[in-house]
Design a protein. Structure first.
Length: 67
């Protein structure tokens, strides 16, 4: 499953994939696979990203148009 809001947030904040990978304690390749929908995001990863960006998990999942 592809989550375009995850990529958009990263690009809007001018972060590199490597920086977000460090936040999540994964490799840059793994983070890239999250963005491209190759690897499914776990609930724990979604929560970490939501907390990092200050948005809801629903926004990350594309279920809400507002962060």
């Amino acid at each position: 499953m592809l989550f375009p809001n995850i990529r958009a947030l990263r690009e809007d904040h001018d972060y590199k994939q490597r920086e977000l990978a460090n936040v999540l304690n994964v490799s840059q390749n793994t983070y890239s696979q999250y963005e491209n929908g190759i690897i499914e995001l776990t609930a724990e990863t979604l929560i970490k990203l939501a907390d990092f960006y200050g948005v809801s998990v629903d926004y990350l999942l594309g279920r809400s148009p507002t962060p």
